[in-house]
Design a protein around this ligand. Sequence first.
Ligand SMILES: *Cc1c(COP(=O)(O)O)cnc(C)c1O
Length: 372
Amino acid sequence: MSRMELAGEAEIGIGVARDCYRDIPLYKPDRAPCQTDLSDNTNLWGVPPRALAALRSAGGSAITRYPDLYATRLKEALARYSGLPEEMIATGSGSDDVLDVTFRAFGKTGDACAHPDPSFPMIPLFARMNGMRPVSFRLDENFDVDPEEVLATGARVIYLCWPNNPTGTLISRDALEQIVVNAPGVVVLDEAYWEFAGSNNSDLLAASDRLIIVRTMSKAFGMAGIRIGYALAAPHIRLEIEKSRGPYKINALAELGAVTAIDEDMEWVQEHVAEAVRNRERFTSDVAAMEGYEPIVSHANFVLIRITDPRLPPAGEIARLMRERGVAIRPFARARGLGDCIRASIGPWPLMQRCLDAMPQVTDTVRAGPSR
Ligand SMILES: *Cc1c(COP(=O)(O)O)cnc(C)c1O
């Protein structure tokens, strides 16, 4: 009998794969098409128009030749946008890639990677993909973190998120500064949604070379499909991130689209960020007035909603019932300290209205049936 017959394909995979990959699942949120998709926090107003025009008229050399090694033009544009010099900027294929290669550059096998719970679900996976041990710490009743608890993990990589996904909340500047000043390794601060908070922490980069700020063009800029993320860090830290990332990771079309958006579409971006903030406030107060749901005050382009009525089913079932009514939201089952929650992205008001209409319909359907 050949070895192929003795062992199934999966077992052969397990035999030769790195141990730390054994329990890593593929990322698969429910992405079945849905009329109103409020599940992934992308820009629901669409694409920056000048960037789209530039992509439509891109020449063949953007396809047939290799792109720039480390995306020089993009770094120059991001320097104009962030107000920081190019030597402090590294780019990657989405901020997912930037986070992954940063963990690889600074975390050794077996090191702890500390992150808040709840937070971005990819973080413990990126930690394990790089041989690190994910260690979580809690958010307190004000959604702040305790610097002593965070530092007590001894983690060589500490991840924080401003505003935090999925809560939409901000930790205090005081806690952040204490962690950055006392961290034994690097502090990775994910500012994927900072544009919607109207505040960021790039001023702290001058005080510490331990801080790495990671951002994306997937959210406020509406360009998740072309995968542009970037890091802001001291020049010698940026260099390590670029070594870990490798050359040619920003494709030429993506670079063209991103540079055009930064140089020509800022008004479009700012207008829709402002509208998202207005709609977020309105949506939050409408949900607060609803029975059975409790919104958490958000600084991002999404709102996390606690399910407070014990007669309502688990978050996954609410998500399914909302989908039946044409609205996709992201469920969070038993979020630490919060219980079951759903998260809705903020977009043009008619979409938010559909979500607001579906929520009480779901509540009524469930209450009419047997209680859980
Ligand atoms: C969406 C998101 C990202 C990933 O963004 P990409 O640049 O599209 O990879 C990173 N961090 C957080 C917190 C996010 O919500």
